[in-house]
Design a protein around this ligand. Sequence first.
Ligand code: AMP
Length: 410
Amino acid sequence: MNFETFNFHPSVMAGVRALGYVTPTPIQLQSIPPAMQGRDVLGLAQTGTGKTAAFALPILHRLQQGKRGILRALVVSPTRELAEQTCEAFSTLGRATGLRAVSIYGGVGKDQQIRKLRAGAEIAVGCPGRLLDHIWQGDMDLSHLEVLVIDEADRMFDMGFLPDIKNILQCILQPKQTLLFSATMPDDIRRLVKEILQNPVTVQIGHTAPVATVSHALYPVKQHLKTALLMELLYQTKTDSVLVFARTKHRVERLSEQLHKAGHRVASLQGNLSQQRRQSALERFRSGDVKILVATDIAARGIDVSGISHVINYDIPESVDAYTHRIGRTGRVDETGEAFTFVTGEDNTLVRDIEKVLKKPLERRTLQGFDYEVPSSAKEIRHSSPMILKAKFRRQGIGKKYRFDMSRSS
Ligand code: AMP
């Protein structure tokens, strides 16, 4: 099965070729045909399955016919990063179509967004809050909307966007087609689906289990040894790009600073950073300028960086779903990846839940040569901790000198 079978407009096919897609992914195989027939689609697919193209391609194909210079498709996304990425996917896949896409989210000025809307963008991809701003201020005309996509609906519920979404829906005079994507199906989503989708085709790709191309392992460790363990793990493991998740903004900043001081090329991504700094962190990670990105969960969705070899949960995520989404950042489509999760005694319940979803026990690993018994009173989390310094100097190839100096000073 290849993309020719869908009979896309030649200019849409040009986009498929430009991105080098050869074989449709399962979600694409199942949702593109009904979407092209104008049916409503409920797509239950986890991240990294190719779901963006599953809705973008039929939309581009549809908009290829009909009037230009008016807004005809709207995609609602939970995060700025995802909105930006989806907009980019439309622009790349649709390059030969001449259709224009605009991204709409807060944290950046409105003027450029308004200019693009007025210039006649046919596709808008945005986050609920800023979309409503534009709609209520009359900058966005939804009266010609043909297709509405609600992407990562479960995530939007988690983030408390339900009222905003309902407000947006009220401003839309029944679009001709609605596509809703969600990795999970909690009751709230089920109710929304009933209200807004008409006789939808349901496409389910796997359950909420993480992508199969990822191998998982747990590293039991005491809380105070996590940083040292991470350093040692980075030293001992052959990695390409590494995405590290920590629980809070503060922990992200502290950890990335410690990694930086230990000689790693690292950037951080968390909600307190300006949009520009977030964008720049992502760009540096994407381009390979930095090999490690330390992030809070805002990055778990929406980051589409190919070649992430390792996801390391410095802190275990809050739920099984959050685990799935984090892990979905590696092993995307045909790639394979490894997911390491640091666990303390307090994480046992969640570990059992994750294992239930995976339907198998997770491998527990210990890192050879790592001292798991350093007491917390040793304050080894400081940058000057012997273990962290050891990692730093080893990276710089001066391990021997370090040991020599230490023995002299002690
Ligand atoms: P998504 O789940 O939409 O975030 O897509 C994950 C990644 O898979 C993105 O980098 C896409 O460009 C890529 N992708 C989507 N469809 C295909 C395909 N049919 N073949 C290869 N890569 C794809």
